[in-house]
Design a protein around this ligand. Structure first.
Ligand code: SF4
Length: 941
């Protein structure tokens, strides 16, 4: 173990706040990601001294541990490089000598610090460029070092090498500091208030730099447009010249020489399918119809529904709501397609509306930065710092504008800052006029066209506290996901982490007292709130603390105890009222249900006491009252959810328990979504349009009608439209069905399909996407490719879907392996995707509780679960997967379907007939497959 050396931080102020900051940017290369099992193999650093002079340091570090192949591939470092290199102790000594007592700058410091803490004294003052970049550049969605270095044009050479990455980190640090400095003193003051203590010196220096006129200096050349884009807060809507005279008929819009062609110029392409959709949607609005529209990729579906909806809404002064599944489409409609439609149609009022949880509560934000010590934990302050620049500049308050802040990664902080109803003061809020949520609602109330997403639509459907304005006309895009989304929002679930995080936020005795109650106690003491009142709050807090700890014990007992053994080989088990598992769960959960209710009551009493207490700072008092009220409602809500889940008595719902290493998950979902939609949505609507590229199976809509509840609607009101894609699939796409592998049910299938994929990818190097139905097979295939030296990127191993797709778009010949999230929504035009490999027909697992229950319900009603549910569901998923291949008129590509059931089974034909191209080859051996793959070598001319 190397000698530990304490490195005292130097005061940033002492170095001269208006001077360039002195620092050491550091990067480590390691044999893997585990700080306990892996070793450091390279250290690189760049020292930037006060005068801006740079010195560099690089050393390999000797280790006896073998360097895994993926690391060799990534870094180019081999065991031979480490021969003769100093051991860790000597390498650290040399680094310390080089770095002196300068603050250390790391990118994603948590990773390197874990390695440093395990091996030598971590630096005393650390600044993380990941935090700074997320704070300074809210307009960016990715903050990976390699991406940022390319974006800003300061990439110093090969990435994933310590010195080059340290140099990129140094440049990024200077750039992020300059960007923060440019925000001005007011924003820096808020940033300083929100940030955790170790950033204080740096931020004070930036503010001081601003006062000396040095704000925003980067000291090197960067791409100005990239920087401006990265610093932008909020998205810009596309801009077109205004059309003064409103257009009334669709013929004027889409026809030759029409207004759309005038706006789009040479990019305009007349599409008869688009005109037909617009026409039929116009009629559905006029005649109060329900319409299903299937239109293949490339039809221009969005404009085909936006145009008639906007014209109809404007003429009739009645609102039309458009709902999408993905946030991407929702934003594309609002920022890109609606401005284009306005330019072609003349002005109409459109608004984007999201659920309450998407908006920042301005009151809570201001209180949090006014009293950060009181209201935020240390970790929450780090995330609040990332929000600060955006929060102070945003016009919409919609947190999805901030590309570097993920509410899922900071659920505790976001619960404290979002505009959720439990703590909203509504009309009596002193910030009501600036409130983002109420501005968005007002805009929606005044709009003719409101763009929402399915989650808001379904949350509103079951909520007492609706935010969507009244509407009777609804267009539902990406409608093939209807059943899945409705299942998620009409169901319930609860796991240990939700309970644990809630309780920890209230009170914990781990490593001293922490949480809301501990802070409240300290605050009341600091206000010397004594006498008779002290007795009151002290005893209340004591009881509450004990209640929280008791709930924690009961929660662990329920979620972590013996249940795992009951799971056997299956991960999820269904339970019904009165069966053994339900009885056991109910008994085990009973204590927690009661204790949470008691906790809720006690929190309510304390809330009442706090709201009436006198002699306290009013704003701080209100902030505590809010949090106590929220805590009380959350405790009651969790108790209610748990009671409903374990009683399993919700009619028409399926209940199950899911076993995971981290504890069990209790869940329920609606058995028949269609009935709920027919009962709760249809009666309120005069027009309902379901649109998607994949609603039909074998040319028929029966499956969708049944699952969506349209089969229960008045038949005379329901119409259908099925239109093909304008792409020439015959010449643009090939489809090879592999008929020489065993059935996927055979134990050899996984081995043989992995080998075949390896052979295919050894033979052909082009942009490839391999779609899997399970992580098991994905992993097997990935490691086989890694061993063979085939450079594949796997979901969950090499990054999340967004990161992998970004790499694939850039590199053109990437091989991406993905599971369910890659089957739809992936858009990789051109060379980025020319070979699509589908490993299996995507059937649902029939033993999944919801699938099993839905199948049983169909069988009990005398139908065939396979033909009415499992088969059509899988066909639609396959069609979605296949749809990744051809994204525009110039794309060319080959799909290889590795599941022989497509060629050999009766139902295989249903799959094949539903695809836009029939098989160009059914391959009986590998040779025939290689011939089929020659399709990729033709230039298509
Ligand atoms: S009205 Fe409600 S959501 Fe809006 S700022 Fe006030 S408390 Fe927050």
């Amino acid at each position: 173990m190397p000698a530990r050396r304490t490195r005292k931080p130097t005061s940033t102020k002492a170095r001269g706040a208006a001077e360039p900051l002195a620092f050491v940017a550091l990067d480590l290369e390691t044999t893997g990601l585990s700080h306990s099992q892996d070793e450091i193999i390279e250290i690189g650093a760049v020292l930037s001294s006060d005068g801006g002079k740079q010195e560099t340091f690089r050393t390999f570090v000797h280790t006896d541990k073998k360097i895994p192949l993926p690391v060799k591939r990534l870094t180019g470092i081999s065991e031979a490089d480490l021969e003769g290199a100093p051991g860790l102790e000597e390498a650290v000594r040399q680094f310390n000598e080089f770095a002196g007592d300068k603050p250390v700058v790391l990118h994603n410091a948590a990773f390197d610090l874990e390695f440093l803490e395990a091996r030598w004294q971590p630096p005393a003052e650390v600044w993380d460029t990941l935090d700074l970049s997320r704070a300074a550049f809210p307009g960016l969605r990715s903050h990976g070092l390699e991406y940022l270095a390319r974006l800003f044009g300061f990439h110093p050479g090969r990435s994933h090498r310590a010195l080059e990455d340290a140099a990129a980190t140094a440049d990024l640090f200077r750039l992020a500091c300059a960007a923060l400095g440019r925000r001005g003193e007011d924003v820096l003051r808020v940033l300083l208030a929100a940030a955790p203590g170790h950033y204080r010196g740096l931020l004070e220096a930036l503010a001081e730099g601003g006062r000396h006129g040095r704000a925003g200096e980067t000291g090197f050349q960067v791409d100005g447009a990239a920087l401006e884009n990265a610093m932008r807060v909020g998205r810009k809507r596309a801009a077109y010249p205004a059309r003064p005279k409103p257009v009334e008929s669709m013929a004027e819009v889409f026809g030759p020489g029409g207004t759309l062609s005038q706006v789009m110029g040479p990019e305009f392409e007349r599409r008869l399918e688009q005109e037909e959709i617009a026409d039929r949607i116009g009629k559905a609005l006029e005649d109060d119809l329900f319409l299903t529209v299937e239109a293949g990729t490339g039809v221009g579906k969005s404009l085909a529904y936006l145009a008639p909806a906007a014209v109809w809404a404007r003429r009739n002064r009645e609102r039309v709501v458009v709902s999408t599944y993905t946030r991407n489409l929702q934003e594309q409609l609002y920022y890109k397609d609606i401005p284009l439609a306005e330019a072609a149609l003349g002005p109409f009022r459109a608004a984007l509306l999201k659920g309450r949880g998407n908006y920042l509560c301005w009151r809570k934000w201001r209180e949090s930065v006014q009293y950060p010590d009181l209201l935020l934990s240390g970790r929450e302050r780090a995330e609040a710092m990332i929000l600060a620049v955006w929060a102070e500049s945003t016009q919409s308050g919609d947190v999805s504008e901030h590309g570097g802040f993920n509410t899922g990664r900071a659920p505790g902080l976001w619960a404290k800052l979002s505009a959720e109803s439990a703590t909203c003061q509504g009309g009596r809020c002193q910030h009501y006029r600036r409130c983002f949520l109420f501005r968005a609602r007002k805009a929606a109330q005044e709009a003719e066209l409101v763009v929402v997403n399915h989650s808001l639509l379904f949350t509103d459907l079951v909520s007492q506290n609706r935010i969507l304005p009244e509407h009777q006309r609804l267009i539902f895009d990406e409608a093939h996901n209807l059943e899945q989304v409705a299942t998620d929002y009409l169901g319930l679930s609860l796991n240990r982490w939700e309970v644990h995080n809630f309780l920890q936020g209230l009170y914990s005795r781990k490593a001293g007292e922490s949480g809301l109650l501990a802070k409240l106690g300290a605050w009341l003491k600091s206000h010397r709130h004594g006498g008779a009142a002290a007795k009151d709050w002290q005893s209340q807090l004591l009881e509450l603390g004990e209640s929280v700890l008791e709930c924690g014990k009961l929660s662990d007992r329920l979620f972590l105890s013996k249940w795992r053994q009951k799971a056997g080989p299956r991960e999820k088990i269904r339970f019904r009222p009165g069966d053994n598992l339900q009885a056991e769960l109910q008994e085990a959960a009973g204590g927690l249900v009661e204790s949470l209710l008691l906790l809720s009551d006690r929190l309510r009493l304390l809330t009442e006491w706090m709201s009436q207490a006198e002699g306290l700072d009013r704003i701080e008092q209100e902030a505590f009252v809010d949090q106590l009220r929220l805590g009380g409602q959350q405790a009651a809500g969790i108790s209610d959810t748990l009671a409903r889940l374990v009683s399993a008595d919700a009619r028409d719902h399926v209940h199950w328990v899911e076993f995971r290493e981290q504890g069990l998950i209790l869940a329920s979902g609606p058995l028949e979504v269609g009935k709920v939609i027919a009962r709760q949505l249809h009666p309120n609507l005069k027009t309902l349009v379901y649109a998607s590229a994949t609603l039909s199976v074998d040319g028929r809509f029966d499956y969708f009608l049944e699952r969506s509840g349209l089969a229960l609607a008045d038949r005379d009101r329901v119409q259908h439209l099925l239109l093909k894609s304008p792409f020439d699939y015959g010449s643009q796409a090939g489809l090879a069905v592999v008929n020489f592998l065993p059935s996927p049910r055979d134990k050899d299938f996984n081995e043989q399909v992995s080998r075949l994929i390896e052979d295919m990818l050894q033979k052909t190097r082009t942009g490839t996407l391999v779609l899997f139905t399970s992580f098991d097979l994905l992993h097997r295939c990935y490691w086989r490719l890694v061993k063979a030296g085939v450079p594949a990127l796997a979901q969950g191993i090499d990054g999340n879907p967004a990161q992998l797709l970004e790499t694939a778009r850039r590199s053109k010949d990437s091989i991406v392996l993905g599971t369910s999230s890659f089957w739809e929504g992936v858009d990789l035009p051109g060379q980025a995707l020319e070979l699509l490999v589908i490993t299996k027909l995507p059937f649902s697992v029939p033993t999944e509780p919801l699938v099993e229950a839905r199948c049983q319900a169909i069988e009990q009603a005398g139908g065939s679960a396979f033909h009415r549910y499992l088969l059509p569901e899988a066909v639609i998923r396959l069609r979605q997967g296949f749809g990744r291949l051809i994204r525009n008129k110039t794309d060319r590509g080959l799909a290889v379907l590795c599941d022989p059931r497509a060629a050999t089974s009766d139902y295989g034909q249903v799959f094949l007939r539903s695809l836009p191209v029939m098989p160009t080859a059914v391959c009986q051996n590998q040779e025939q497959l290689w011939q089929a793959m020659e399709f990729l070598q033709h230039d298509g001319t």
